[in-house]
Design a protein around this ligand. Structure first.
Ligand SMILES: *[C@@H]1O[C@H](CO)[C@@H](O)[C@H](O)[C@H]1NC(C)=O
Ligand SMILES: *[C@@H]1O[C@H](CO)[C@@H](O)[C@H](O)[C@H]1NC(C)=O
Ligand SMILES: *[C@@H]1O[C@H](CO)[C@@H](O)[C@H](O)[C@H]1NC(C)=O
Ligand SMILES: *[C@@H]1O[C@H](CO)[C@@H](O)[C@H](O)[C@H]1NC(C)=O
Ligand SMILES: *[C@@H]1O[C@H](CO)[C@@H](O)[C@H](O)[C@H]1NC(C)=O
Ligand SMILES: *[C@@H]1O[C@H](CO)[C@@H](O)[C@H](O)[C@H]1NC(C)=O
Ligand SMILES: *[C@@H]1O[C@H](CO)[C@@H](O)[C@H](O)[C@H]1NC(C)=O
Ligand SMILES: *[C@@H]1O[C@H](CO)[C@@H](O)[C@H](O)[C@H]1NC(C)=O
Ligand SMILES: *[C@@H]1O[C@H](CO)[C@@H](O)[C@H](O)[C@H]1NC(C)=O
Ligand SMILES: *[C@@H]1O[C@H](CO)[C@@H](O)[C@H](O)[C@H]1NC(C)=O
Ligand SMILES: *[C@@H]1O[C@H](CO)[C@@H](O)[C@H](O)[C@H]1NC(C)=O
Ligand SMILES: *[C@@H]1O[C@H](CO)[C@@H](O)[C@H](O)[C@H]1NC(C)=O
Length: 792
């Protein structure tokens, strides 16, 4: 969702560059479980009592957002009702921290969190993010995102979510929601569903005035269940209080007025008890939306101070009032809408002493848009007050997550970690602090490190530790010299003019910008990246490439003999420099694994962005079904450059070839017990453990390290066509000292072993033999076992 900054989300960033913090930080062990008990029934009773006290106007207000100084100053507001001591609700962006705010932390993005493959770190990230929203007085965080998943490698928002594998994405979103909601802040899991590209994501108006509808994602029932809906199911099960319906159409009906999607699947099948909120301006009707399951329209009624810049109109408010009065929407339905909003509020105890909204919020938003001096000059009605500092000590956690989400892709002859080099040359626009620079929609700012992407998921970079700054400080300890050159200088001075003597180590920092509102146009990293690496590698035998990227890239230079090491550091957040220094010098080991596949050639990757420019009815048939990312490479026997799940360490690991698979429940029935009631998260039987798979992993190298053993399963041949060759169904992150060995157990639930039968409309356990494989990536499989789950 975007607001005023629809075209240039980063254009007016104010950068407050502050001093470096290089202090050592503790390594946290598994966090205590801080989950709060979610008592939906008790919250429901309170919500019903609240609804019973409202008059009709107030009910309409509860389901129609509003923006005005009276209603609230957040990007989404529910008006207060003074007579009931209800202070309203404040909704803020986005999935990696509080956007449009000052004195907040910039957390690693979703794709970085997923690359850690570490449920505990992701949980801690959720707690810290939640604390910052709460500190700012926001009742709801507009995130996490699990849509887009990444059907298209170039999708503009893929980095906001947890990647294209439903199991990894589902585990990540669940840990995030538990973490955020443990602080009392609501989550809004988005974008529901099929919002896989930005191009024509919503309706546009052609020059001749015709309205061209948003793209229609046409997704078959089984693909929806086994792929795109999967992580949303985990989100509902984890207790997410709201879901955001997306801009696009699904099967030609807008997601925010799609009855099958919202009523049948989300509310009935998944047992969702919270509310559905529209993406900003994604509502297209009054009666249909209300009757098909939309519970709250955002941003709703527009505001006096920004209305001119806002597109579209609203559909609830007085329009909903009329629909109630003429009987086309029932009062019962209106009451249900309000109670769904309030059940979420009571569920997390937000009626009890919730912090007020940081009064600096409005000033920060306006400053972002037109600049504070101009705003004051034209008499905007706000007071400039100091912002609340909500950062606490989150920087050390941010640094730890960034290290854990950095993937070592290549490390010839143990070039890394560095061994006190005499002279390091640092190259690339991505190494330095952010300058205003040239900015285009495709490439972001030219000079400056990419710590996070753009759009509503961005965060103001109040404090950013650039790689160059951190490298200089670390290098000083060993009296290492450091020299820096930008991309253009490397290209125009291809003969290494000015570089003397030849460096021992050349660090090339490359980036890929991505933002809401447009898809990426290139697989290669930005700013002539290939030429930059080639020019450096021509002269420098120890070239190390570090990428700060939104996700999938092609790396035509990866096999160059002088490119000795490659690190995919994703969008690391504000501690970018400190975290990469930890990895480069080996103070910490990079322990990330790829949450997506890197192709040898862009023609190997699946599903380009649908571009039907000129059409008046954009249709995207998801005809590849479930075969996205590694499933596509498997099904078509394409060799990737670096596969899903891959990542090296500073040590080596081994895994046993024999695994034990044992049934926890003997001979389970084919389908869940139809006599049992649906609960939050769907049929309770789907969450029952059926099997355990055990393997053992050991550290065979000389340094401590973190292994990520993974479990993939292949379904029996009795399953219908379109089934992936194999799917991820388990992972663990295991810290190992040299020569240490640990057993790893993966627990498989009924859902993990079922396919969605479109005829019976049930998750079904297939007959026949499953194959279980454990390994270190989707292509590096060490152990294998076979077992029938049914009929044994
Ligand atoms: C984490 O646990 C390990 C062993 O389980 C212990 O040696 C270490 O001191 C702990 N670290 C912290 C920061 O508590
Ligand atoms: C509902 O209550 C509000 C006060 O919260 C009041 O201003 C309004 O007039 C009432 N509306 C009706 C229709 O009674
Ligand atoms: C999108 O469609 C809605 C009607 O469904 C309309 O109100 C709005 O102006 C349209 N926006 C654009 C940019 O075409
Ligand atoms: C979308 O259409 C496909 C193909 O007809 C169908 O399998 C699927 O169930 C539909 N999904 C929804 C939510 O209507
Ligand atoms: C009732 O009101 C709604 C909202 O204004 C309008 O869309 C609808 O056409 C009306 N229906 C009838 C039967 O008047
Ligand atoms: C941050 O501070 C809290 C208490 O203030 C402490 O419990 C926690 O361990 C600290 N975390 C880190 C990563 O330093
Ligand atoms: C790795 O190091 C060894 C020993 O120094 C050397 O012989 C070999 O050529 C190196 N390999 C590469 C690819 O640089
Ligand atoms: C790529 O390099 C050329 C010079 O060779 C330069 O003109 C162009 O602006 C560069 N492109 C980008 C995106 O930096
Ligand atoms: C660097 O590598 C090239 C081959 O790529 C080799 O010819 C040259 O001798 C090496 N230079 C040094 C200084 O090691
Ligand atoms: C990538 O594939 C395209 C089309 O198949 C081909 O023309 C091109 O040479 C390939 N590039 C590389 C680097 O292999
Ligand atoms: C879609 O096609 C149009 C017209 O060819 C082009 O201008 C635009 O850049 C394309 N968009 C994307 C995301 O590729
Ligand atoms: C694998 O086999 C060895 C030797 O028989 C045994 O000690 C070990 O427990 C087995 N590992 C697993 C995971 O079953």
């Amino acid at each position: 969702m975007l607001f005023w900054d629809i075209k240039h989300p980063l254009s007016r960033f104010l950068l407050f560059l502050t001093s470096l913090n290089l202090s050592h930080f503790p390594r946290d062990n598994i966090t205590e479980n801080r989950d709060i008990h979610l008592d939906w029934d008790a919250a429901q009773a309170k919500a019903n009592a609240f609804v019973a006290r409202l008059n009709l106007t107030e009910k309409i207000h509860m389901v129609t957002g509003a923006s005005s100084i009276d209603a609230g100053v957040c990007i989404g507001n529910i008006r207060p009702i003074k007579r009931l001591s209800f202070n309203g609700m404040c909704f803020s962006d986005g999935p990696a921290g509080v956007n449009r705010a000052e004195l907040v932390s910039v957390f690693p993005s979703g794709v970085t969190a997923a690359a850690t493959w570490d449920r505990d770190l992701i949980y801690q990230r959720g707690i810290a993010i939640g604390e910052e929203f709460k500190g700012k007085g926001a009742h709801l965080m507009l995130g996490p995102a699990v849509g887009p998943m990444g059907r298209h490698p170039l999708g503009g928002r893929n980095w906001e979510g947890f990647g294209p594998d439903p199991y990894l994405s589902g585990a990540s979103v669940a840990a995030t929601i538990r973490g955020v909601q443990s602080t009392g802040v609501q989550t809004c899991t988005k974008h529901f569903i099929g919002n896989e590209q930005e191009t024509q994501r919503s309706n546009t108006t052609a020059p001749d005035g015709t309205i061209i509808p948003g793209i229609s994602s046409n997704i078959d029932d089984r693909t929806l269940h086994e792929l795109y809906l999967w992580p949303f199911t985990d989100a509902v099960k984890a207790g997410t209080t709201s879901l955001m319906c997306s801009y696009n159409r699904l099967n030609s009906t807008y997601a925010c007025e799609n009855p099958k999607l919202l009523n049948d699947i989300l509310k009935k099948e998944l047992g969702f008890r919270g509310y559905v909120v529209s993406d900003w301006f994604a509502t297209h009707s009054t009666t249909s939306s209300a009757n098909t399951g939309l519970d709250l329209e955002m941003p709703g009624e527009l505001n006096p101070y920004g209305a001119g810049a806002l597109p579209g109109r609203w559909y609830f408010g007085d329009f909903l009032l009329r629909a109630i009065q003429n009987g086309s929407v029932s009062t019962d339905r209106l009451d249900e809408m309000v109670s769904r909003v309030m059940v979420s509020y009571y569920l997390l105890g937000q009626d009890d002493n919730y912090p007020s909204v940081d009064p600096s919020t409005i000033a920060v938003i306006v400053a972002n848009e037109i600049g504070l001096p101009m705003a004051q000059k034209i008499g905007f009605p706000f007071e400039v007050v100091p912002a609340r500092d909500v950062r606490a000590n989150h920087s050390s956690l941010i640094r730890q997550i960034a290290v854990a989400g950095t993937v070592l892709l290549k490390n010839v002859n143990s070039t890394l970690p560095l061994q006190k080099p005499k002279y390091i040359a640092v190259f690339g626009n991505d190494a330095a602090d952010i300058t205003d620079g040239q900015r285009t929609d495709n490439y972001g700012y030219d000079i400056g490190t990419a710590a996070i992407g753009g759009g509503s998921g961005t965060i103001r970079l109040g404090e950013i530790i650039s790689p160059l700054d951190a490298i200089k400080i670390r290098a000083k300890r060993d009296s290492t010299q450091v020299k820096y050159t930008t991309n253009n200088a490397v290209i125009s001075a291809g003969n290494f003019q000015g570089i003397y003597p030849l460096p021992d180590i050349c660090l090339v920092f490359l980036k890929t910008w991505a933002s809401e509102d447009h898809d990426r146009v290139s697989f290669e990293l930005d700013y002539n990246s290939t030429q930059v690496v080639e020019n450096v590698a021509t002269w420098c035998n120890n070239t190390i490439v570090i990428m700060h990227s939104a996700g999938v890239n092609t790396l035509p230079w990866a096999i160059h003999p002088n490119v000795k090491a490659i690190l995919a550091a994703h969008y690391p957040g504000e501690q970018s420099g400190n975290s990469i220094v930890d990895v480069l010098w080996g103070d910490s080991a990079p322990s990330g694994r790829l949450p997506y596949t890197i192709p040898k050639n862009e023609s190997d990757a699946a599903a380009p962005i649908a571009n039907q420019t000129g059409s008046k009815d954009w249709q995207a048939d998801f005809s590849e079904g479930q075969l996205i990312d590694y499933r596509h490479y498997d099904a078509n026997s394409i060799e990737p450059l670096y596969e899903f799940g891959f990542g090296l360490a500073y040590t080596t690991f081994e895994m046993t070839a024999n695994l034990s698979v044992k049934a926890v429940k003997q001979n389970p029935p084919e389908t869940p017990d139809s006599a049992r009631q649906i609960e939050v998260g769907g049929h309770p039987d789907l969450w029952v453990e059926l099997l355990e798979v055990e393997t053992a992993v050991s550290n065979t190298g000389s340094r401590p390290g973190v292994a990520v053993p993974q479990l993939y399963i292949s379904f029996p041949s009795s399953v219908p066509e379109g089934t992936p060759v194999k799917v991820l169904r388990g992972f663990e992150k295991v810290q190992l000292e040299p020569a240490q060995s640990k057993r790893v157990t993966f627990k498989l639930l009924r859902r993990d072993l079922s396919y969605w039968d479109v005829v019976s409309q049930t998750w079904t356990l297939p007959a026949g033999e499953f194959v279980f494989r454990t390994g270190f990536s989707s292509r590096d499989l060490k152990g294998e076992a076979k077992l029938k789950v049914r009929g044994v």
